[in-house]
Write a protein that binds this ligand. Structure first.
Ligand code: IMP
Ligand code: MG
Length: 191
């Protein structure tokens, strides 16, 4: 039995991706990643690096759709203040011991790609870490909002420029536990 989420649901304009759409997307990405690393895993470790906190739910489902021996690490980065607009400066709040990724194939796992600043900064960070390769897997992408040039390797869905919550995505730290992804009403963040 799934609980209902009426308390948070009233703040949504509409649901964009329901549980079923998310499940299909995650299964597709898991297969794409498994296929891409099936040979290299015989020689090199594969590490998923989750960007806290937004990617936690996505990553935990995604790793169970990858049928290879994969490792997981987390780090925290933030470019957002408390609102819906990026402040432009990216901070890595939790550094990783770079020795952990030396020689390995790394996939950065992000909830949503917006200006691209966060992943740009993290890609540079890991390029200097001695990893064999650094790729990007993002659940959602807002191409219209891009400020820096960045290429994704594995992507769930492209979305319009709207503020989304649920399935890990937050507004002021809440709504992450909604089991689907919805558009947040403007009145919630414009008041
Ligand atoms: P970027 O550095 O501008 O690409 O910012 C990416 C980060 O902004 C994501 O990891 C999210 O934390 C946050 N973000 C961007 N768009 C949304 C959204 O629609 N809902 C919730 N968080 C968002
Ligand atoms: Mg995030």
């Amino acid at each position: 039995m799934n609980p209902d989420f009426k308390e948070m649901e009233k703040d949504l304009e509409s649901v964009m991706f329901d549980r079923d759409a998310i499940e299909k997307m995650v299964a597709r990405l898991g297969k794409e990643i498994s296929d891409a690393y099936r040979e290299s895993i015989k020689e090199r470790r594969l590490i998923l690096i989750g960007v806290l906190k937004g990617s936690v739910i996505f990553l935990s489902d995604l790793m169970r759709q990858i049928n290879l021996p994969v490792e997981v690490l987390f780090l925290q980065a933030s470019s957002y203040g408390s609102g819906t607009e990026s402040c432009g400066r990216v901070q890595i709040n939790m550094e990783l011991d770079k020795k952990l990724v030396g020689g390995a194939d790394v996939i950065l796992v992000e909830d949503i790609l917006d200006s691209g600043r966060t992943l740009k900064k993290l890609t540079e960070y890991f390029a200097a870490s001695g990893a064999n390769s650094v790729k990007i897997c993002t659940m959602l992408d807002k191409p219209a909002r891009r400020v820096v040039d960045i290429k994704t390797d594995f992507k769930g869905y492209d979305v319009e420029d709207e503020f989304l919550v649920g399935y890990g995505l937050d507004y002021n730290e809440v709504y992450r536990n909604l089991p689907y992804i919805g558009i947040l009403k403007r009145s919630i963040y414009e008041s």
